[in-house]
Design a protein around this ligand. Sequence first.
Ligand code: PAF
Length: 282
Amino acid sequence: MRTFNTINETQTWCRDHKRQGKSIGIVPTMGYLHAGHLSLVKESRSQCEITVVSIFVNPIQFGVGEDFEDYPRDLHKDSRLLDEAGADALFAPSIREMYPPGYNSYVEVSGEITEKLCGRSRPGHFRGVTTVVSKLFNICVPDMAFFGQKDAQQAMVIEKMVRELNFPLQIVRVPIVREADGLAMSSRNVYLNPEQRRQALVLNQSLQKAREAIAGGERNAGRVKDLLCHTISTSPEAKIEYAEIYDAASLADVQEIDGSVLVAMAVRFGTTRLIDNLIVEV
Ligand code: PAF
């Protein structure tokens, strides 16, 4: 696996492969890789001839008081995992490389899709995500980009950006990977103490209860939300930031559950903020 730290060498290497007719898949990450990230690499390798993984803890998608400084990092281990997983290249730039002094260009998707859920609780977050992802697309010239369904809203926002700004590539969403007990894999799980880790199981449990209720005929979104909140609140450490049901394609409000809906939540356990979601089709 090749490792690059500069935009220039990454772009040159990717363009060379493009010229040779190779298809390129990109897996953008912030590192501290787990099985969820490796499933993205696997998917990219199955669909593209070349897989480039980026590792960059992107400061502009973190708000004031969020965990940018503390975000877990282990580039050495990540590099070994990617090599074993068969990635062709790792792009791990510095902050200065991505945002040199005087940097002033941003990409923003506006409207309902970035105003709800994480967009409401983390102002500016998606602007940071779409900016860095646009830069990565321009650097790595991918044919396909792979994102985890765990960040469902992020995937929606990036899909909309790609559509509306005519990026010549396809976005592929890869299903959530869960621990054996149901907790969605996340680099932030490492922050949880053993008791919080145990209580965090309530996220997936509440999603399963919502799924069962809808499968059993419940169509009132308000009642399903109450069920979600009630189930999450059985964990004393859980502080709900949001637990919502929206249209899965547009994030439009839903009163009566119909078609495809996104059941999504962000919940804090101590200072650790976890997200999880489920798409339900009726
Ligand atoms: O999902 C993430 O890890 C990040 O938001 C991403 C897409 C790598 C952009 O920094």
